[in-house]
Design a protein around this ligand. Structure first.
Ligand SMILES: [Zn+2]
Length: 152
């Protein structure tokens, strides 16, 4: 008896995204580049938000010296958020060190072909790609005849 995979909306979204990333990035090189870019964008965004929160915190603390107690809660919240984000940034930094090792590996063209072959089996195209592109073009064409005019 095989166990059915969970079909809740979150899991379904995950399966779709998982398959899409295999379908659209079917080689080792593409997976390396995708994950490197994903990690770096995550680091950049988290780092900038942390910096911004730290700036806000020091501004609030400067005001608080003048005796304004209303800001107390937001200072606590800011401190907690900054701590959490700093933890994430530290983990991301560790992952980057591992990812660099993964990024260094290169395989020959016939191994890349094997990646593509297995990717095609794991995540076969749900719709013909030409049809999807055509569909998009139709939706973007403003003077595409409206169906309702035909039925009038
Ligand atoms: Zn689920």
């Amino acid at each position: 008896m095989t166990e059915e995979p969970c079909q809740c909306p979150d899991c379904q979204r995950f399966y779709r995204e998982h398959d899409r990333l295999i379908r659209e990035f079917p080689t080792l090189k593409q997976q390396q580049e995708l994950n490197w870019a994903s990690l770096q964008s995550f680091r950049t965004l988290c780092g900038k938000v942390t910096e911004d929160l730290q700036k806000k915190l020091s501004e609030l603390e400067a005001h608080n010296k003048e005796g304004n107690e209303d800001n107390h809660l937001s200072i606590t919240q800011l401190n907690e958020s900054i701590n959490e984000l700093e933890n994430i940034n530290a983990y991301l930094f560790s992952i980057e060190a591992l990812m660099e090792k993964i990024f260094e590996t290169k395989v020959s063209d016939n191994i890349e072909a094997k990646f593509k072959e297995i990717a095609g089996e794991l995540a076969p195209d749900p719709l013909n790609i030409d049809r999807i592109i055509l569909n998009r073009l139709f939706h973007q064409t403003p003077d595409f005849p409206d169906k309702s005019t035909n039925t009038n």
